[in-house]
Every structure is written in C-alpha cells, then in structure tokens.
Ligand binder design. Structure first.
Ligand SMILES: [Zn+2]
Length: 390
C-alpha cells in the first residue's frame, strides 16, 4: 500500500518536472538527472522511509512512457497523472520468485519480504521474466503480473480477407455478413444491483463510511464489466487474426471526429442520445482497444496479417454493389436499400463491404502488401465490384 503511494507520488512529481521543463532551462531532464534529484529528496523528506528501489523504478517507468510516446505518438498517449484509487501499483525490478506449491508462489517485495500470491497463469516463462508489476484494482484485488514478450499467434495463410465496420447496434459487422457482438457485460441481476447501488450512493453523505462501502461495491461490479470486455476483445481479435490475411478497418481518428454529438456528417440527427455522452465515449474506448489489440496481434503473428485503415467517409451511404451514394439509401439505422439498383442489405454489413473494397483498392495501388496478394484477390467476391476508395 505504502509502495503504491510512494510510486505515484514520485511519478507525479517527476512528470511535473518534465512538463514544466522547456522554458529557458538548458539542462535536459533524464531518468538519470531525476534519480539524482530523488536521492536528494530522500535525504530530506519522508520518502526515505519507503523503498528506494521502488521509487527509482517509478522514474524508469516514466522515462519509458515518455520514450514510447515520442516514438509512436499514435499508439501511446502522453504520460498522465497517476490518480489515487485508480492507478495504484508499483513495479519491482531484480525479481526473485519462489515456488511454494502447485497453486501458490512467493515474490520478494522490497521492504515487505516474501509475499504469497496465487498462480493463475502458466508458470513456465516466469523464470525469464525480469520485472513484475504489482497493482491494486478498484475492487481491492491485488495482482502480480510478470513482464515478458507477448506470445505470437500461430497461423497459416488462409487467403481470406475481411472488412470490419464498428458501430452502435453491432459492435462489429464483417463484410461476410457476420456480426460479432459484445455480450451484455453484466447479467440482469447484476445490472439491477448496480442501479440500486448507484441510487443509494446518491442519497448517502459524502465521506461517510457507508458511502465508501457502496462505492466499493459499485467498483467491484465495474471491474467485472471491464474484465469481461477485455476478455471478449482478446478472444475476438485473436480469432480475426487467425482467420484472415488482410483485415480492413476504418480509421478511428477520422470516424470519431465525424461522429459529432449531433450525429454523423452523413447521417445527421439520428441516434443523438445514443451516441452522446458517456455511452459514446465508452463505446469509442472499446473500439480503440479493439483496434490496438488487433494491430498488435497482427504484427506479432507468425505469418503477419496485413491491416489497412481507410477513411470511413460515406461507407455507410454508398451501395456496395453499384457504388451509388445517396442519403436516401440508408432506410433506417439497420437497413440499407440502394435507390439506384435496389440492392438491399443490413446497413452495417453494406458498410463493411465498402470498407473491404476500399482496402483492396489501397492495396492494389501498391500499398505495403506482404500477405500473398494473389491469393487474397481470388477468394473475395467483393473485389469484382467497382472499388472506389473514399
Ligand atoms: Zn446500388
């Protein structure tokens, strides 16, 4: 517990130092210079009571976070503040782990001694791990996670390609006409319980013990939701990467921009309530995580999978058969009906078909293809239709 607050205190202090730099300072701030500052601070303040190894590791982690951000700003965000009760955790370097029995292990935590933990993953690779992270989630569970390289997904060339549309009614619609929907994250009983607790919370006095208890109970349910969403995303992205050589998606940055609260540019006014506010942001977060995991796994797979992100403009209004684009094509949220050729399909599936067509067009123009393009083209019926990139 103490380690958590130390680590986030050092992190936030060091982040502030880095953020306030630039103005007129000649000396550069590095992990090294901050280490020296930390040593000074430890002489003078209560920080000396904590573990220096853990405080130093917080600085290294921050340094790493900045590096990641500079190198790949599209992928990693700028390092942010560590918040109490939300980002509780610390990292251990120079790891030593001891086996107790089949289910329990011990890890040496500085200044705490040996701490027992339950083994939930395959043990084999832990010897090769060099560091670990100990975290406390909002529902009061402690975790020890070991760092190692993500396992590669084993796959063979399948020659199959797919376009993916992410939406409100269906989490994912594929150009093959399939829907991959995220299941309801809480059961009916759990949802009722959560609503009841939230009402209770609103009535209770701020800072009271009872209120804290309610808060904790709500956090427990929220953590459940997050875990289940993660599980679904992991499972779904792994399957997609296994099955397809090329996956085409929408560029989320553009998509989220065009989907203003007033509705989409193409489809103004509809679903305003659904897309606005909290629900929308949660949805976008889920899409973001989905994209990231899919891209990571695709790069990492034994036979790499090509991922193309295309501009999503008009994918929901264009007919995937004849290319006719008109507002009226979109009969409703669910149904697409072409005004020119009469082609009818589920609106999201039609969009996914446009997405794959646009992706193949990009690839055909000599994009970076390393996934056996010949095989790819034969197998897909969409390719025969005129593909216009947006
Ligand atoms: Zn048409």
């Amino acid at each position: 517990m103490r380690h958590c607050s130390d680590a986030s205190y050092v992190w936030n202090l060091a982040l502030e130092q880095r953020n306030s730099w630039r103005r007129g300072r000649s000396q550069k701030i590095t992990a090294h210079s901050q280490m020296i500052d930390l040593a000074e601070a430890r002489k003078l303040t209560w920080l000396k009571e904590g573990s220096s190894a853990i405080q130093q590791q917080a600085l290294r982690d921050l340094d790493r976070a900045f590096w990641n951000w500079w190198k790949r700003p599209d992928h990693f965000g700028r390092p942010t503040w560590r918040k109490k009760d939300i980002n509780e955790g610390f990292a251990i370097r120079d790891l030593s782990v001891r086996r107790l029995n089949r289910k329990w292990d011990q890890v040496l935590v500085p200044k705490c001694g040996w701490v027992k933990f339950r083994v939930t993953r395959e043990w084999r690779d832990i010897e090769t791990a060099s560091s670990a992270r100990v975290t406390l989630d909002r529902s009061g569970r402690w975790f020890v996670s070991f760092t190692r390289r993500a396992p590669q997904i084993e796959r063979k060339l399948t020659g199959a390609v797919v376009g993916i549309d992410m939406g409100v009614t269906h989490t994912v619609a594929t150009s093959k006409g399939k829907f991959l929907d995220m299941p309801k994250l809480l059961s009916k009983g759990e949802r009722q319980r959560k609503r009841r607790l939230q009402r209770k919370l609103a009535r209770q006095h701020k800072g009271s013990n009872r209120r804290n208890k309610t808060k904790f109970a709500i956090a427990k349910l929220s953590v459940k939701e997050v875990d289940r969403r993660k599980d679904w995303i992991e499972w779904t992205t792994t399957n997609l990467v296994r099955n397809y050589d090329l996956i085409v998606l929408e560029d989320l940055k553009v998509k989220n921009m065009t989907r203003s609260a007033k509705g989409t540019v193409e489809n103004p006014g509809k679903n305003v309530a659904q897309k606005s506010g909290l629900k929308r942001s949660i949805l976008e977060q889920g899409w973001g995580m989905f994209h990231r995991r899919l891209t990571d796994k695709a790069i990492n797979a034994i036979t790499p999978v090509e991922i193309i992100a295309i501009n999503p403009a008009y994918t929901s209004l264009r007919c995937s058969k004849c290319g006719h684009t008109e507002q009226k094509n979109r009969k409703s949220q669910a149904i697409f009906c072409c005004q020119a050729c009469g082609y009818t399909d589920n609106a999201d599936v039609n969009a996914a078909k446009n997405i794959i067509a646009a992706g193949l067009a990009v690839q055909g123009r000599g994009g970076t293809s390393h996934a056996a393009p010949n095989q790819v083209k034969h197998s897909d019926p969409v390719k025969r239709q005129p593909a216009e990139a947006a």
